[in-house]
Design a protein around this ligand. Structure first.
Ligand code: ATP
Ligand code: PRP
Ligand code: MG
Length: 295
């Protein structure tokens, strides 16, 4: 990449929490790696192996505001934090399929409440998503008192600090552990790649980064399968193969007519495809990982 582009691009990434490692792994798969770890150095703005691309390590909840204000051209954070910020001054470029969860409203098991409508005026709701909460309860005609906390919302009802919470839930373990029951889903969330509205989407370096990330996302869940197939069973073997656009078939040099079949298989069908292909006479099967897909 050296010297190809004039403008520098800063990518805001979570400095902590659940998204940090998956986000760094995704960027690494896209070929973008920080030159050193911020943990070791305390550096918060770290150059990468790409000339003119640096990572900015900040709290995930601050990323929308930072990208919106022009402190970084690109960023990766949860849709929940984007909605909480409001989303002005930024564009959502791509869903990344990580950090998937729901934002829910929950109350103590024993509360005489079945739905949002049953919540009395003045109900105290603990949450770090105060804007989302305000909007949600207003739209449902509930006059809630929002209590701002920055974490551990699930503990608040038992502590007597709140009557309900609005928080992230994925497996539901934390809610169950604290005797809470979901009465409404507010939204679904996942990590998104965002771009500041002030940034030209056609900026060459932005385009290259976005495409690199997209190519990694497309490759998720696929394997490349190679196999040798004797000519007499070729048709039967090809029948069981899914493919992006037909399998590639090449002749194998040798004494008997043999073909090499190359195809891309979704991981959830891999076991089935391998067993069936083997049964039908395929041999020497290789399964390779797919790093990128560029259609
Ligand atoms: N249990 C979960 N499953 C999937 N995604 C989650 C879960 N909890 C939080 N997230 C998502 O991870 C993103 C980052 O959250 P954040 O780092 O602020 O919280 P955290 O990982 O719980 O860290 P901390 O508890 O230190 O604040 C948010 O967008 C959030 O929606
Ligand atoms: O439905 P579950 O699978 O239980 O996940 C939900 C919990 O996950 C997150 O917290 P995290 O585990 O990141 O810890 P935290 O309390 O430090 O936020 C979130 O804030 C919830 O508390
Ligand atoms: Mg948390």
């Amino acid at each position: 990449m050296r010297g190809e582009y004039g403008v520098g691009i800063r990518i805001a990434v979570p400095s902590k929490g659940r998204l940090r490692e998956p986000v760094l792994r995704l960027l690494e798969a896209a070929g973008i790696e920080p030159l050193y770890s911020p943990d070791a150095t305390r550096a918060l703005i770290v150059p990468t192996n790409w000339d003119n691309v640096s990572l900015v390590y900040v709290r995930p909840e601050d990323i929308p505001a930072i990208v919106s204000a022009g402190g970084a051209e690109l960023g990766i954070t949860g849709l929940d934090y984007i909605e909480e910020h409001g989303g002005e001054g930024l564009e959502i470029v791509e869903g990344l399929g990580i950090g998937r969860a729901r934002l829910v409203v929950a109350v103590p098991e024993e509360a005489p409440v079945e739905s949002i409508r049953d919540l009395p005026d003045g109900v105290r709701v603990a949450t770090k998503f105060v804007n989302i909460a305000r909007r949600f309860f207003e739209s449902h005609g509930v006059r809630a008192r929002i209590i701002r906390i920055t974490g551990s919302a699930e503990a608040m009802p038992r502590l007597g600090v709140a009557d309900a919470i609005l928080d992230v839930s994925s497996t539901g373990t934390t809610l169950r552990l604290h005797g809470l029951r979901v009465i409404a889903e507010v939204m679904r969330t996942e990590a998104k790649l965002i771009r500041g509205s002030h940034v030209d989407p056609q900026d060459p370096l932005v385009e290259v980064i976005v495409e690199a990330v997209r190519s990694v996302l497309r490759a998720r869940g696929y394997k490349l399968v190679l196999m040798n197939v004797p000519e007499e069973v070729l048709e039967q073997v090809v029948e069981v193969l899914p493919s992006m656009s037909g399998p590639t078939i090449a002749r194998v040099e040798g004494p008997r007519p043999m073909w090499e079949v190359i195809t891309v298989v979704p991981e959830d069908r891999l076991a089935h495809v391998l067993v069936e292909a083997r049964k039908r006479g395929a041999r020497d099967i290789l399964v390779l990982s797919v790093d990128r897909v560029i259609p």
